[in-house]
Design a protein around this ligand. Structure first.
Ligand code: APR
Length: 248
């Protein structure tokens, strides 16, 4: 009896987890609007369901990404690295920039962890491999594929918020450096404008790390960099009358 009860409880918890994850996914989908959420869920699920969570290559998410192509927002696209909180605080208060997390697929999965297991029909939210445990993990592969497609769509003047309080604002292992910069298309992208967010100024626009970014930009894309104190970004975000263009 004890064994049966324990099994039932464990099974109950697993099913609960799947339902919780699906319900977060679905309610975010409904809130975003404009997409068939059951269909989106099933396309998403097919990317990783029943697979070893370390054996899900980025291409697995291609069907999901093709079902919801990035709508290019020329001159308003905002990339970031090591500045997640400040950039999203800004973009939620001022609607002038669009980040990956504001797109349909990005908004569905922002902040979530998910994986399945070989032969399983469940989605788990714990016990999944960490970001660096294996290259082709369920979560990392999604962000790699989605970010590549976001970067391919970048057009006009494009912005990126980098962190000036660390020695390597342009960090080689980051998605921004390893995926996005490599997918920028000079045929549609005129310029990359760095907003270097400073608090303690460890790096500035003339630092080696920023020079490396400039060197790695595909030929034909111009480069600019402005140092902006974090407090200025926060103040500007909370003043509804100030146009975005005047924040830095
Ligand atoms: N361990 C855990 N999580 C990580 C790790 C890591 N080593 N690296 C990245 N992540 C996940 C986390 O969720 C983290 O908040 O990616 C997020 C961003 O990581 P950063 O290193 O700050 O930035 P970066 O890797 O450059 O990714 C941001 O990708 O999401 C897109 O378009 C978006 O330009 C943005 C870029």
């Amino acid at each position: 009896i004890v064994i049966v009860v324990v099994c039932a409880v464990v099974l109950g918890l697993i099913l609960q987890r799947t339902r919780d994850f699906k319900s977060v996914f679905t309610s975010r989908c409904v809130e975003y609007g404009g997409y068939d959420c059951e269909k989106t869920w099933s396309t998403f699920e097919q990317a990783y369901m029943g697979k070893d969570p370390c054996q899900v290559p980025p291409e697995s998410y291609q069907a999901l990404i093709e079902a919801a192509p990035i709508k290019p927002a020329c001159n308003r696209m905002m990339f970031w690295s090591k500045t997640k909180d400040v950039v999203h605080d800004f973009t939620t208060k001022k609607e002038c920039y669009v980040t990956m997390e504001d797109t349909f697929v990005g908004s569905l999965l922002d902040g979530l962890t998910w994986c399945s297991k070989e032969g399983s029909k469940d989605t788990f939210t714990s016990g999944c491999p960490g970001w660096s445990d294996c290259v082709n993990n369920t979560v990392r592969s999604f962000w790699n594929q989605a970010s590549a497609s976001f970067a391919q769509a970048a057009c006009g003047k494009v912005s990126v918020m980098l962190n000036g309080s660390i020695a390597a604002p342009f960090s080689p292992g980051s998605i921004f450096a390893s995926v996005e910069v490599k997918n920028f298309n000079p045929a549609k992208m005129e310029k990359l404008e760095v907003v270097l967010v400073t608090q303690e100024t460890i790096s500035n626009c003339s630092s080696t790390s920023l020079k490396n970014l400039q060197k790695e930009l595909p030929q034909g894309i111009a480069f600019g960099c402005t140092e902006v104190p974090e407090s200025r970004i926060e103040d500007c975000a909370s003043q509804p009358d100030l146009p975005c263009g005047s924040c830095w």
